[in-house]
Write a protein that binds this ligand. Structure first.
Ligand code: BG6
Length: 496
């Protein structure tokens, strides 16, 4: 069912950190789903690298279980048998030179056996403290050498640094080994079907553009709410927090796609140029105390289940000040958006899992109705429902049937499930395929990453200096402080 014009050249994927959660839940299933859809390059092989004392068969079994549990498409024995032919495991530590030599030999052997052209993508699905080591090892053992007529690519999972300085350092280090156009930074939100649809919605239609600006838009709310806690990720999450975990990347990318100007084409250069322009124009509120909120969830009953507070979670310092909820207000200094607030919020253990972008329009300048007749009329809104209920909603006022002219909000819905028969691919399917194709459109460039840190760093610094995070009960929609933050502007958060 593929309609992309480019067919992937023969290529192989090496995953570092193949025993991790991301690999099992997302990467391995995505590889299988691509195989099942017939999209993998000819002679494809998957090489896992990790510390475990595994043989190829053990690795294959783990992939098998991961696929059975998490793949999107049905399991087909013949696809699996084909895939397993090119599966290898290399055991080792990241500072183990011998292991990297084994990796090199494995790669060369596979390349020869499959008659492929020496194209390899190295996926670093490892904790960030290991990024430098792995990249250096690839260089040292000649695995990153770009040979005539073939490519070597690095795929880097987030977090890409924890502030501007560390991101710059990391960029330098990676660019020292891989040419910039062979570096693919993952922001899996860009791989989501509904996120790519922002561009289609905005630039394939005429009806939104005339009102997509400060004359009509009152404000924009971007929400990424999760009902889960931090699960087993204490080691990663503590000290990082909600803002660094998802605002710096996912939410600022959503903001960029929502607010940017129309690019001349979807060539990566054109697209990135527009994203950079709008991110550069982002301005922080002067009073960060009044217009940002960070908070932590507290022990409560959530949907009939008693859940721990953040500071009681396994592996978390009881005195931790890490944010599990963050809300910030930003403005964009350009003609289109001057004065229009963009409110971004995210949190763990909120009421429900939902990500949406709501463009909320100004109220009609005059209402020729009895005032009691419009009490239930809100502002018009266009809501891009990123997940889980993928679609787009338009909210507007309509007359309530009857003898009086009473007006109330109604919605007009587009739902993927109703309009399309095919289910949306998982973000990682699209992103892995794009890596193999060398299509960089859905990957943030290093300037975007750095600009995002430029936006977030002053907020993190402010939070560190000023007081403690607010609290909210697990299962609610966040702290009272966040409601007050919007109330100060005469607005309120949507309850999705
Ligand atoms: C990741 C964050 O980037 O996105 C996680 O590190 C978060 O904390 C996850 O849970 C959410 O992804 P999705 O695709 O389920 O919205």
């Amino acid at each position: 069912s593929r309609t992309r014009e480019v067919d992937p050249e023969p290529a192989h994927l090496v995953i570092f950190g193949v025993t991790g959660d991301l690999s099992r839940k997302k990467l391995m299933p995505a590889v299988y789903d691509l195989a099942n859809r017939g999209l993998l390059p000819p002679g494809f092989s998957l090489i896992g690298f990790a510390r475990r004392d595994w043989e190829d068969e053990d690795f294959a079994q783990v992939v098998h279980d991961a696929v059975k549990e998490h793949a999107r498409t049905p399991f087909r024995e013949e696809v699996w048998q084909q895939l397993i032919q090119g599966m290898r495991f290399v055991q080792g530590n990241f500072d183990d030179d011998e292991a990297f030599e084994t990796l090199k030999a494995t790669i060369e052997e596979l390349d020869k056996a499959q008659g492929t052209g020496g194209n390899f993508a190295f996926y670093l699905s490892v904790p960030p403290k290991f990024f430098p080591k792995v990249v250096q090892q690839l260089k040292k053992h000649g695995l990153a050498d770009q040979k005539e007529g073939s490519w070597r690519r690095a795929v880097i999972e987030k977090p890409f640094g924890h502030d501007l300085a560390s991101a710059q350092e990391l960029n330098q280090l990676v660019h020292d080994v891989f040419p910039p156009n062979e570096v693919f930074r993952i922001d899996h939100y860009l791989g989501k079907e509904t996120v790519q649809n922002i561009l289609a919605l905005r630039f394939a239609n005429t009806m939104w553009e005339p009102i997509w600006n400060r004359s009509y838009v009152d404000h924009v709310q971007i929400t990424m709410a999760e009902d889960i806690g931090i699960g087993g990720r204490a080691g990663y999450y503590d000290g990082i927090g909600a803002a660094r975990d998802v605002i710096q990347n996912h939410l600022l990318q959503l903001l960029a796609l929502t607010a940017m100007e129309e690019p001349g084409s979807f060539h990566p250069k054109a697209l990135v140029a527009e994203k950079l322009k709008v991110l550069t124009a982002v301005e922080l509120p002067e009073d960060l105390g009044a217009h940002t909120v960070r908070a932590q969830y507290e022990h409560a009953w959530q949907g009939g289940e008693e859940v721990l507070g953040y500071c009681e979670e396994d592996g978390i310092d009881p005195k931790s000040t890490t944010d599990t909820y963050a809300a910030i207000k930003l403005t964009i200094n350009n003609r289109r958006w001057a004065g229009v607030p963009f409110y971004l919020r995210t949190g763990k253990r909120l009421g429900r899992r939902v990500t949406e972008i709501a463009v909320v329009f100004k109220r009609a300048p005059y209402l020729p109705f009895e005032s009691s007749a419009t009490e239930e009329l809100g502002g018009n809104a266009l809501v891009i429902r990123v997940q889980p209920d993928e679609g787009v909603t338009v909210r507007f006022g309509s007359k309530v049937p009857g003898t009086s002219m009473e007006v109330r909000d109604v919605t007009m819905d587009f739902a993927y499930g109703e309009s399309f028969t095919e289910s949306s691919p998982e973000a990682y399917e699209r992103l892995l395929l794009d890596v193999l194709l060398g299509d960089a459109n859905l990957f943030p460039r290093h300037q975007e990453v750095e600009l995002s840190w430029t936006i977030l760093d002053p907020i993190e610094e402010y939070w560190e200096k000023h007081g403690k995070p607010a609290k909210y009960a697990a299962g609610t929609w966040g702290p009272a402080e966040a409601d007050e933050m919007l109330a100060r502007d005469g607005r309120s958060w949507r309850r999705p």
